[in-house]
Design a protein around this ligand. Structure first.
Ligand code: GLU
Length: 516
């Protein structure tokens, strides 16, 4: 009988992000967490964080904290988890170890699994034999009957071995040549043949569960309604579906949604840390220091990305809204998000787009907020004229940058007289004539006490008209006199902020430095 996945039911939405603490969370993992979060919030459900640390050999110090800190930074609030607690805890598998073995033994009793006593040497021998006969070296419906397990040994011998404390593992007894079907919310019907699979280990020699058993037991006990996870888990899904059936939980089996991969910028393969190193962008949300090698991998946070920009960028890597909108805060993502609009094919990472998103969120941030972000760069000269002055200067400069850290170095002239002057402007546009006009103009605005950008602009027009010249020929040299630069923010706003007194000092300075 084909497995006709889960019933459509009105179960409350409960989803989980279930990382294994084996290293820093890759942005692909962050995106999985984000989609789970959005889905939970959209359906007024719960977002769980479960730490899957059954494989103690692969445990990496600090990886669990890293997950928490990353989600925190991005504003993805966990409803139930190790730190948050909840009614379905503990939320860390190493603290739930008493919950799994019973199910494995139950499966053996129900003839859905078996004890296997094969030694490592016997397993190697089996593989060699099968390979020599050009058969795949799998422990499965075909090979298991020639191995040492509770299906081939007599009942007495099995009992004797168990009583004696012989090492054993529990393997699932998969059907031979049976179709396993289930519906993936993103991919539609998925069909596997059980012969493609092997009799996966459920319980290890140390009595601890493997990922597969612990994952299914926990999803069941935690009443998970939807499993939203990366595409790399799709090959495990048929085994999971079978486990639900064998454990008698088919009616409440979660719905599966396997997310597409995040691909390298050229689309050729999965995005890796190496691509990030090679091309100069982070693949981790926040900085990670390898506890063994002390090697530091930079994160989006440390590279100057704003958390809402990262969330927005990741949301659109594999999902698209109903129209062409690109800018979404968390709230609007929650409203718009549906699993049905997650694509089946991989999403190419685009570094320029990531920067574009960051720029967009810098444009939304106020000068004061940005000043806080760049607190470590702020020197006394930046605040000498007050916080409001600094914030306004930042507002004017932010249009030109992708990262907040680029702002202050770009606009030093707001805080002190220029130390360098664009050489090309000097050569091409600075001459006795122009210097005379600029001097006349600056004197006129100082004398008229024209402090506002609009008054200064009108005066330049009036001055140019009176001399029958185009005001355009005066704009760049005027900017250059004041800032030393060839370009920058709107000139009259810049003059207004810098103020008449300072503007006039800078004129004297330019004339002295560059006599004509
Ligand atoms: N522990 C698995 C991981 O590290 C979880 C896979 C799943 O979501 O089922 O990704």
């Amino acid at each position: 009988m084909p497995l006709n996945s889960q019933k459509m039911s009105d179960r409350p939405v409960r989803v989980r992000f279930a990382p294994s603490p084996t290293g820093p969370l890759h942005i692909g993992g962050v995106r999985t967490a984000l989609y789970n979060y959005l889905f939970a919030k959209k359906h007024k459900g719960k977002f769980l964080l479960r730490i899957e640390d059954t494989d103690q050999k692969r445990f990496v110090e600090g990886a669990e904290d890293y997950v928490n800190d990353s989600l925190n930074w991005l504003g993805l609030t966990v409803d139930e988890g190790v730190r948050e607690g909840g009614d379905f805890g503990p939320y860390k598998q190493s603290e739930r170890m008493d919950k799994y073995a019973g199910y494995a033994h139950q499966l053996v009793k129900d003839d859905y699994a078996y004890y296997a006593f094969d030694t490592p040497e016997e397993l190697t021998e089996m593989r060699a034999k099968l390979e020599a006969n050009s058969m795949s070296a799998k422990y499965d419906a075909t090979s298991r009957m020639s191995m040492r397990n509770s299906l081939t040994l007599s009942e007495d011998e099995v009992k004797e071995r168990l009583d004696r404390g012989d090492n054993y593992i529990v393997r699932i007894k998969l059907p031979r040549n049976e179709e396993i079907r289930f519906q993936d919310v993103i991919r539609g019907w998925i069909v596997f043949n059980s012969s493609q699979l092997d009799d996966k280990v459920l319980l290890k020699e140390d009595g601890l569960p493997t990922y597969h058993l612990a994952n299914i037991v926990d999803d069941h006990l935690m009443e998970i309604s939807h499993v939203i996870r990366g595409e790399e888990w799709l090959p495990s899904a048929p085994l999971h579906v079978i486990l639900y059936r064998y454990l008698g939980w088919e009616d409440t089996m979660p719905k599966f949604a396997h997310l597409p991969l995040i691909l390298k910028p050229d689309g050729k393969g999965k995005l890796s840390k190496r691509d990030g190193d090679r091309l100069g962008f982070p693949v981790f949300p926040i900085e990670w220091k390898d506890p063994k090698t002390d090697e530091i991998s930079s994160g989006y946070r440390e590279s100057g990305y704003l958390p809402n920009a990262v969330v927005n960028m990741l949301a659109l890597l594999g999902w698209h809204p109903s129209d062409n909108q690109e800018l979404f805060d968390l709230e609007s993502l929650i409203n718009e998000f549906t699993l049905e609009r997650v694509s089946k094919s991989g999403a190419k990472f685009d570094m320029d787009k990531a920067k574009w998103f960051n720029h967009q969120y810098l444009m939304k941030a106020t000068g004061t907020e940005i000043a806080d972000m760049v607190a470590s760069q702020i020197e006394p000269k930046h605040t000498a004229r007050g916080d409001k002055y600094l914030a306004t200067a930042i507002e004017m400069l932010k249009e030109k940058v992708s990262f907040a850290s680029e702002i202050l170095p770009l606009g030093d002239y707001f805080f002190e007289a220029p130390s360098a002057y664009d050489e090309k402007v000097q050569r091409k546009k600075w001459n006795a004539d122009i210097a005379g006009h600029i001097t006349n103009y600056i004197n006129s605005i100082v004398e008229g006490n024209m402090v506002s950008a609009s008054a200064m602009e009108e005066q330049l027009q009036a001055y140019a008209d009176s001399k029958e010249i185009g005001k355009g020929m005066l704009m760049q040299p005027l900017r250059w006199v004041v800032s030393g630069q060839a370009g920058g923010p709107p000139i009259f706003e810049m003059l207004e902020l810098i103020g008449l007194e300072e503007v006039s000092k800078r004129l004297d300075r330019a004339i002295q430095k560059f006599p004509v």
